[in-house]
Design a protein around this ligand. Structure first.
Ligand SMILES: NC(=O)c1ccc[n+]([C@@H]2O[C@H](COP(=O)([O-])OP(=O)(O)OC[C@H]3O[C@@H](n4cnc5c(N)ncnc54)[C@H](OP(=O)(O)O)[C@@H]3O)[C@@H](O)[C@H]2O)c1
Length: 306
């Protein structure tokens, strides 16, 4: 039991905002479930969650939405994450911390399975690197969860390349993805070794906030300081030129730009608007030229390449 590699050929749907988000407070359970249904109807097969999204509400809503569509569980690749402990829990003085102890990972998985009311998770990611991670302890619990039929495959999120490598060397099971922030407004992964490592190891990366939380789509920029607004407006202007050439939209260009990378980046889109969820899939058939890709990269960097 493991997910196929590559596990996706296009976009994934991210469920972080199903129960509301900053600037867009929760409306109703029905709206969250409708977003999942819109994604299923539009043909998304990879769904990204985390135990902490909406304090567990996103996993619960996602499970409900799947049950309303009989047969859908078998068609989706269910990704969820664990390993972040909230501040003030259980003791009021407890800080936010990351916990990759075997006991906590097992506890998180059981809680996620219970909330979603599913038998197994297809892909479990460690959400943010635990500074106290013991790779052999994590490898041990991964094998136990796999052998128990609770988790098919494993990956990580937001790791530094050598931290990733430490776990990869200790783990007899392959790490199939590294989920990191990548977008035209956040290009560090092209230069810090994270994407190079994915290419070298045959790991398919996932890109979170591929539209920079809406900033490089149609999101409001008024809350940003002047320098950041100018940076985003520069990137948007370059995207608009490419979009006009192809008769498409800025967000579709942003996603096609990620999809062109040879590591097979999986952009995880997070809109809860059903029309946008469907419309973004146009990115999967938009082919950008090398010249267009580099024009956009230059705008993102804010400087010509040497
Ligand atoms: N691993 C991690 O640490 C981590 C961190 C953050 C997120 N994630 C994952 O990444 C997923 C996506 O994150 P995200 O929601 O920040 O992604 P995103 O796709 O970059 O941003 C979505 C936001 O952009 C807004 N938006 C504005 N104009 C839009 C347009 N024309 N088209 C589409 N969206 C537009 C959406 O608003 P509307 O909803 O009103 O359309 C929504 O608030 C999350 O759901 C989660 O699964 C992972």
């Amino acid at each position: 039991m493991s997910v196929p590699r590559p596990f996706s050929k296009g976009l994934a749907y991210g469920c972080w905002r199903l129960a509301g988000s900053e600037g867009a407070p929760r409306t109703s359970d029905a709206a969250g479930r409708a977003a999942v249904h819109a994604a299923l109807d539009a043909g998304y097969t990879v769904f990204d969650l985390a135990d902490i999204y909406g304090g567990g509400e996103c996993e619960r809503l996602f499970g409900e939405a799947l049950r309303e569509r009989p047969g859908s569980r078998e068609r989706v690749t269910l990704v969820t994450k664990c390993g972040i402990r909230k501040t003030g829990v259980p003791a009021p003085t407890d800080p936010v911390r990351y916990d990759f102890s075997g006991a906590y990972i097992r506890e998180c998985v059981d809680a996620s399975l219970h909330r979603m009311r599913v038998e197994s998770i297809d892909l479990l990611l460690l959400h943010r690197p635990d500074y106290l991670m013991d790779p052999s302890e994590v490898a041990g619990v991964f094998v136990q969860l796999h052998d128990a039929g609770k988790v098919a495959s494993f990956g990580v999120s937001n790791f530094r390349p050598m931290h990733f490598e430490a776990l990869r060397r200790a783990c007899p099971l392959p790490l199939v993805t590294h989920q990191i922030e990548i977008s035209l407004a956040h290009v560090q992964a092209f230069e810090d070794g994270a994407l190079d490592q994915c290419l070298a190891e045959g790991i398919q990366p996932m890109a979170w906030s591929p539209l920079a939380r809406g900033a490089i789509a149609d999101g409001e920029l008024s809350g940003k300081d002047a320098a950041e607004r100018a940076r985003i407006e520069r990137i948007r202007a370059a995207m608009d030129l490419v979009a006009a050439e192809h008769g498409t939209t800025r967000p579709v260009v942003a996603l096609a730009w990620l999809l062109k990378h040879p590591a097979g980046i999986v952009p995880v889109v997070g809109t809860v608007n059903p029309a946008r969820i469907a419309g973004l899939r146009a990115a999967e058939s938009l082919r950008l030229s090398r010249e267009e890709w580099y024009r956009l990269f230059e705008a993102a960097r804010g400087a010509r390449l040497p």
